[in-house]
Write a protein that binds this ligand. Structure first.
Ligand code: FDA
Length: 295
């Protein structure tokens, strides 16, 4: 409700720290700067929840351009791409398969890793099945599981050795019938999931800004598989000191940190993105307002 009342120019202003800018070039510039600071990145086009097939085509075209641009960068700093299935279909969820498979094929050709983000629970089966199928056929495709969902405990068992799996608590509000409602429980489940996956040689991408949670991961879990552990954070969330400690090995092993860098094509999409985040999570609205008043 509050999210809808905030005028677009203000939303845009709030969005600044969290969004690289309104062009692919802006996303690439942020990735370059992060790389100079020793951080990896994943680029995400803000274009989910499309309503027309022209928007689907436009999203595919931007991702193709993004993958081509990333292929020209040195492999050691090359960003991956992250995408949301709802950016690739208007009505039929199954419609995402063709466009995402074509992007995975291009990404494989160009040496770019691809992650399929996880949206609300109605997307879970489709996203997981698609990611597992593509990975099984040799594409460098990873995906995301949300530890707030009770079903995740079973889904974790489906992730094969070597696959990239981002663990998050989940940003979408879900019913208490299918999901935990208390954050500490979601965080405990996240650490348990990381322990489980590391023991199975899955490449764990531990995505949270919770300092205590990251430190437990860094001290107790990552050292068991330093080459297949990574911490991920969103662009704009102030965690520079923690990121430096992770990459410099202060917790015993050097742990790569990857920033999730959303970019838009035009500010309209960026504004819509932040409004959705504010609507989905009152916490985000609070953070945005707090950022406004603390500037
Ligand atoms: P929590 O919300 O408890 O935050 C921990 C601390 O960080 C708090 O002090 C909080 O104030 C601060 N903080 C968190 N977000 C902040 C912000 N935006 N600005 C300022 N401070 C902030 N979800 C999903 O459902 N599907 C997905 O595919 C992804 N993908 C994804 C990628 C990456 C790289 C990250 C980091 C996160 C996601 N998420 C996601 C979102 C995730 O599920 C979760 O909603 C957020 O990470 C916030 O939860 P935390 O674990 O950070 O804990």
């Amino acid at each position: 409700m509050l999210a809808r009342l905030v005028p677009a120019p203000l939303v845009r202003w709030f969005a600044r720290p969290y969004v690289a800018g309104a062009s692919l070039e802006a996303g690439l510039a942020v990735a370059r700067k992060a790389s100079e600071e020793g951080l990896l990145t994943t680029l995400d086009l803000l274009g989910e929840d499309v309503t027309t097939s022209a928007q689907v085509d436009a999203n595919v075209a931007v991702y193709r351009r993004t993958i081509d641009a990333l292929a020209a960068l040195p492999a050691a700093m090359r960003p991956s791409v992250s995408l949301k299935p709802s950016a690739f279909t208007t009505r039929d969820p199954g419609g995402v398969v063709g466009p995402i498979e074509s992007l995975a094929a291009l990404a494989r050709e160009r040496g770019v890793a691809l992650t399929i983000d996880m949206e609300g629970h109605r997307w879970t089966d489709l996203t997981l099945d698609l990611a597992l199928d593509l990975y099984g056929r040799g594409f460098d495709v990873g995906t995301v599981l949300q530890t707030r969902l009770y079903r995740t405990a079973d889904d974790l068992r489906r992730i094969p050795r070597g696959m990239r799996l981002r663990l998050v608590i989940g940003i979408y509000r879900e019913s208490s019938r299918i999901a935990m409602v208390e954050k500490p429980a979601m965080k405990r489940a996240m650490l348990d999931a990381a322990r489980f996956l590391v023991a199975r040689d899955v490449h764990v991408e531990f995505a949270t800004h919770d300092v205590a949670c990251v430190e437990t991961f860094a001290r107790e879990i990552a050292p068991r598989a330093p080459r297949s552990s990574e911490v991920q954070m969103l662009l704009g969330v102030p965690r520079k000191a923690l990121q430096r400690r992770l990459v410099s090995g202060e917790y015993g092993v050097c742990i790569p940190v990857r920033l999730y860098v959303p970019f838009a094509i035009g500010w309209r999409d960026a504004t819509a993105y932040l409004r959705r985040r504010m609507a989905e999570s009152p916490n985000v609205t609070w953070l945005v307002l707090r950022n406004l008043f603390s500037r």
